[in-house]
Design a protein around this ligand. Structure first.
Ligand SMILES: *[C@@H]1O[C@H](CO)[C@@H](O)[C@H](O)[C@H]1NC(C)=O
Ligand SMILES: [Ca+2]
Length: 217
């Protein structure tokens, strides 16, 4: 093997440094700046991916602080319910709302790459950095979280079959180790399908599972 000649070597080195520089810059760009503006003295739980969270958030354009969105004035000012970390809100908010206590408030600055990107959206111009004031009001997990749905949906087809729910019940019953009448399993299963399989196709869809049940609040 021959060594590359000196000018070629230097060129390679420069390209490498350039690439490293770019990666570094891109990482910088991706970052969200976060400031906790209120932390409650008691924190019962912290928000995480898959939780159904209830939050207020007001959005501003960072460049002139003009307000483009206010959850307090939309939908009669009811706070938003959404599943955290699954893309129901922009990426930046999905990240900024993680690890928050109920009652906590944050001020966050979100780069365009984690918001509406190079195209923008509606009132948001292209390449806009956004500022949000967020307040997490509540966290609801429970068996109706999207997290639980995905856990039950073994074949990942976004429908829960009787087999999948039956398997889930078996696993849940094993956890607490209590003796149960075997017929109870079947009764629960029948009950679940009666209450949730609204179109009676023998499968429970995400909507039927009611992951978004708080949407209309
Ligand atoms: C947005 O940013 C991208 C990448 O930096 C750039 O190529 C593009 O021209 C920008 N668009 C506008 C409208 O400024
Ligand atoms: Ca399924």
């Amino acid at each position: 093997m021959t060594m590359p000649s000196c000018p070629v070597f230097i060129l390679l080195l420069q390209v490498l440094l350039l690439l490293l520089g770019r990666i570094h810059c891109e990482n910088e760009e991706e970052k969200i700046k976060m400031e906790v503006t209120h932390l409650p003295s008691v924190c019962t739980q912290k928000s995480k991916r898959g939780d159904l969270v209830n939050a207020h958030y007001d959005g501003y354009l960072a460049k002139d602080l003009s307000k483009f969105y206010c959850s307090r004035s939309e939908k009669d000012g009811h706070p938003k319910w959404f599943v955290l970390g699954v893309g129901q809100v922009i990426k930046g908010l999905d990240i900024a709302l993680m690890d928050m206590c109920p009652g906590e408030k944050r001020k966050v600055i979100i780069p365009p790459s984690l918001a509406y990107g190079e195209t923008g959206y509606d009132k948001i111009p292209p390449n806009a950095t956004l500022m949000f004031e967020i307040e997490l009001l509540g966290i609801s997990k429970g068996p109706r979280s999207l997290e639980a749905f995905l856990q039950i949906d073994l074949d990942n087809d976004k429908f829960l079959s009787k087999d999948e729910i039956s398997h889930y019940l078996t696993e849940e019953f094993k956890k607490d180790g209590k003796q149960r009448d075997p017929s109870m399993h079947g009764r629960i299963l029948t009950d679940i399908f009666q209450k949730n399989d609204h179109d009676s196709d023998g499968l429970i869809s995400v909507r039927e599972y009611n992951v978004y049940r708080h949407d209309e609040l």
